[in-house]
Design a binder for this molecule. Structure first.
Ligand SMILES: C[S@@+](CC[C@H](N)C(=O)[O-])C[C@H]1O[C@@H](n2cnc3c(N)ncnc32)[C@H](O)[C@@H]1O
Length: 214
């Protein structure tokens, strides 16, 4: 499948933001760590980093799965992927198992079924039906999912939503879809729970993939 117009627009956005990306992520680091904790990883697990960006989650994920575990990751922006690949090479040289692809969520073919999958600030992926269908079609029942990202403020802070949209726009094509950003993945999950972060402008949630007996 050729890249969709949304894929191309997203790639264009990250062509502009990739070089400075890591420096902008400091304030959300506690949310990243909370999201990773929600995956309840064990040594030997296979974990997927969806839309891994520059690979900032690689080290904390690998610490949880250990050298006997595997990290699978994919990213569609060539500029973000190049930085992630550099990180992955350094980690492989130290004996960690990292399988990284430059691919879109709509098309990626995972090399293995993950035990857990991290969706950290991948708004455009979780708002794209083809991407969600492709990924969840490759997850086994029971796969643990953790997700975090931006959302609109609750109604009583609605005037601040212009700020939320403006903050989201440099990074996301579907920047206006901030009401219930998890709504396309929620039907695939059981025991889905989420909590607000950042005074209501963000969320972090988790659940397990539904399936036979689950
Ligand atoms: C805000 S960044 C988050 C990166 C990383 N998850 C993190 O926590 O630092 C969103 C990433 O999703 C990627 N992305 C957006 N749409 C995508 C798609 N359809 N397939 C694969 N990656 C995508 C972008 O290129 C970007 O690197």
């Amino acid at each position: 499948m050729a890249p969709t117009p949304d894929n191309l627009r997203s790639i264009q956005k990250y062509r502009r933001t990739a070089a400075a990306y890591d420096a902008t992520t400091g304030p959300t680091w506690p949310i990243r760590m909370r999201c990773i904790e929600l995956l309840r990883l064990s040594k030997g697990d296979t974990v997927l980093d969806v839309g891994c960006g520059t690979g900032l989650s690689f080290e904390p994920l690998l610490e949880q799965v250990g050298r006997q575990g595997t990290l699978i990751a994919f990213e569609q922006s060539p500029e973000m992927h190049a930085q992630a690949e550099q990180r992955a090479q350094g980690l492989r040289a130290q004996g960690w198992q990292v399988d990284l692809q430059c691919a879109s969520a709509e098309e990626v073919q995972l090399p293995a079924r993950p035990d857990a999958a991290l969706f950290h600030y991948v708004h455009d992926i979780v708002r794209t039906p083809q991407a969600v269908a492709n990924l969840f079609g490759q997850f086994a029942p029971g796969t643990r999912i953790a997700i975090a990202g931006m959302k609109y403020f609750p109604w009583w802070l609605a005037p601040l939503n212009l700020f939320a949209w403006l903050k989201n726009r440099p990074y996301n094509v579907r920047a206006h879809e901030l009401r219930r950003p998890w709504s396309l993945i929620e039907p695939h999950l059981r025991d889905f729970h989420w909590k607000p972060t950042q005074g209501g402008m963000g969320y972090v949630g988790s659940g397990r993939v539904k399936g036979a007996g689950l």
